[in-house]
Design a binder for this molecule. Sequence first.
Ligand code: NAP
Length: 255
Amino acid sequence: MPDQNKRIVVVTGGSRGIGRAICLAFAEQGTHIYFNYFAPGDFAAAEIAAAAETEKLVAGLGGLATGLSVNVALEKDVTSFFKTIVSEAKRIDVLVNNAGITRDGLLVRMKEKDWDAVLDINLKGAFICMKVAAKTMMKQRSGCIINIASVVGAAGNPGQANYVASKAGIIGLTKAVAQELASRGITVNAVAPGFIETDMTAALSDKAREAMTSQIPLRRAGKPEDVADVIAFLASEKARYITGQTIHVNGGMYM
Ligand code: NAP
């Protein structure tokens, strides 16, 4: 059972990539981290193993993490996820909406199902998680929400109309919810990563990777920890007067 003195942190998509780094950044801070991932059906051994690895790595740093398979795009499943957390832990201090996918393609060839999948997980998922978690945070009169956007949500990117729309949506959604929840002592911010080395960007060829890196003033791709450290700061007492902002973490590739 969770230690009720610990800060309760919820991370969506915490099994891999940036989400895992976020869990690890909180691991040493006396928190209980609840994270989700999505392992549908009988062929999800890799997803389950990745979640178990996050739990193990957090435990290795002296922290506590609990991973549950939940599709963030389904309100019923998200509601039951948060119900489990609140019944065990009684509160939610931090929510990081990190789960995200890409289904790239040029506009004229983009299938409706690829548009829907990206908007459902990246944008509607964040909306549902905030809606459910906010009820608990409002009662507490405290909380911190951080939504993961992307540099392309501000700059645009050809071949990613669905993804760009979802991330631009995250930036607007963050501002609206920040204005709604500020009077209850809840901050809401977005972090917009640039080009970060994770499974999401692993499919790029070496040539494409070099071309991308040459456009970054700091001359390297970002690491998941570069993003996670900023999230840990935004969730800390030191960031208490920051709300409704989008913090870009991109090595200078978009200013
Ligand atoms: P990643 O390595 O592909 O990891 C994605 C995570 O989201 C996984 O834990 C995955 O779990 C989870 N997830 C996917 N669909 C889900 C669903 N329906 N419900 C719950 N969890 C789900 O991605 P990443 O690169 O770390 O990206 C994390 C976030 O940063 C995303 O929002 C992404 O758009 C954003 N971002 C990334 C970059 C970059 O360069 N990597 C740049 C800008 C923004 P399963 O494995 O179980 O599916």
